[in-house]
Design a protein around this ligand. Structure first.
Ligand SMILES: *Cc1c(COP(=O)(O)O)cnc(C)c1O
Length: 385
């Protein structure tokens, strides 16, 4: 070969041993000797690897790992959590269908459901989440999806998944398990059919990658949703999947430490005179505590607490030192956010109240630092009363 040809054709080495870590297959496509295998790979998610928008070995490693963690049969990794949520909903709904969803939902999901209603003729009924009779009463012949979150942001609301899933009968139950992670809850064991995650949060865990995943209890549903995701083009870049796999290896250690720190901080905040209320589900006083204790193995480490008013909230988030004011959660570092002026700014007063948010509400994503350094920072920034 001449140099212009040689620079284009770098061989992939054949292996006789197995790498310890999942290799990054940063390739957009795959070459074939077998034309039939090529054609077959384009029609299903479990054929030969053809093109990385359809399937990729690094992405598959992530999908298989999360499917196993969640006790599902197959998974679909996506470029973001919203990619997983929108692909699952669009692939499994059509005009005229009806959705039952819990009222306390991630803002992006609420906006997407609003769009589905306004532009695609899908109607949505919102329910509280603790009362299975409310779900039974909302069911219609055209109800196709029951949509829940394991632990909702920022109030820590936990719907009674086992009871609601049973009440929903054969309606598709979709659960956003981002805040719990499969360490604290495996929704499929409690009646969910599809579990979605923003892997940007705990699964990635290092605030360096955006991603999502949907896990399916049923292979046929996975295949159908895969077809739609491939058309939408929400599949992730292999490097994002590779970073997420790297994060996943320490998930169990991180979640335990996050939880331990959150328990200490939530209890100290609850005892502080400047704090009106702490919305950590692990506190016996939380309205979802009993429901959560029934089927979760932990209460999560992103929660909110209320200061007196908006002025106190704004002053607090800008006077922290170690803890950063930033969006997102579930990373190794502790972050705060002032929902009323950022993540939930588009909500009306009424919607804010329904979501349990006031001007004084602070959202805390507790990291894995030494808890005494975190407390020193929080205590220094809390108002003197
Ligand atoms: C962040 C988040 C999402 C959206 O995920 P992206 O990766 O930002 O698209 C969905 N649901 C919950 C509960 C989240 O926290």
């Amino acid at each position: 070969m001449r140099v212009d040809t040689r620079v284009v054709h770098t061989d992939v080495p054949a292996l006789t041993s197995k790498p310890l870590a999942v290799p990054l297959y940063q390739t957009s496509g795959f070459s074939f000797d077998d034309l039939d295998a090529f054609a077959d790979g384009m029609t299903r998610p479990d054929g030969a690897f053809v093109y990385s928008r359809l399937a990729n070995p690094t992405v598959r490693a992530l999908e298989d790992a999360v499917a196993a963690l969640e006790g599902g049969t197959a998974a679909l990794a996506t470029a973001s959590g919203m990619g997983a949520i929108s692909a699952v909903l669009m692939a499994n709904l059509k005009a005229g269908d009806h959705v039952i969803a819990q009222r306390a939902l991630y803002g992006g999901t609420l906006a997407f459901l609003r769009d589905l209603a306004e532009r695609w003729g899908v109607t949505v009924t919102y329910v509280g989440g603790h009362d299975a009779d409310e779900v039974r009463a909302a069911l219609r012949p055209e109800t196709k999806v029951l949509y829940l979150e394991t632990i909702a942001n920022p109030t820590g609301h936990v719907s009674d998944l086992p009871a609601l899933a049973a009440a929903a009968g054969d309606v598709l139950v979709v659960v956003d398990n981002t805040f719990a992670s499969p360490l604290l809850c495996r929704p499929i064991e409690h009646g969910a059919d599809v579990v979605v995650h923003s892997t940007t949060k705990y699964l990635g865990g290092h605030s360096d990658v955006t991603g999502g995943v949907a896990v399916f209890a049923d292979t046929a549903r996975h295949h159908r949703t895969w077809h739609y995701a491939v058309e939408l083009g929400v599949t992730p870049d292999p490097f994002a999947a590779w970073l997420t796999i790297r994060g996943l290896r320490t998930l169990a250690l991180r979640v335990r430490k996050h939880e331990e720190n959150a328990a200490v901080l939530a209890r100290r905040l609850a005892d502080h005179p400047a704090v009106r209320k702490v919305h950590w589900t692990g506190l016996e006083t939380h309205p979802s505590h009993a429901v959560a204790a029934g089927f979760l193995t932990g209460f999560g480490s992103a929660f909110s607490f209320d200061l007196a008013d908006a002025a106190a909230g704004r002053a607090f988030v800008t006077s922290l030192g170690l803890i950063s004011l930033a969006p997102s959660l579930g990373g190794v570092e502790t972050l705060v956010l002032h929902p009323a002026s950022t993540s939930h700014r588009q909500l009306t007063e009424e919607q804010l109240a329904a979501s349990g948010i006031t001007g004084g509400t602070i959202r805390l994503s507790v990291g894995i630092e030494d808890v005494e350094d975190l407390w020193d920072d929080l205590a220094r920034a809390l108002p003197v009363v």
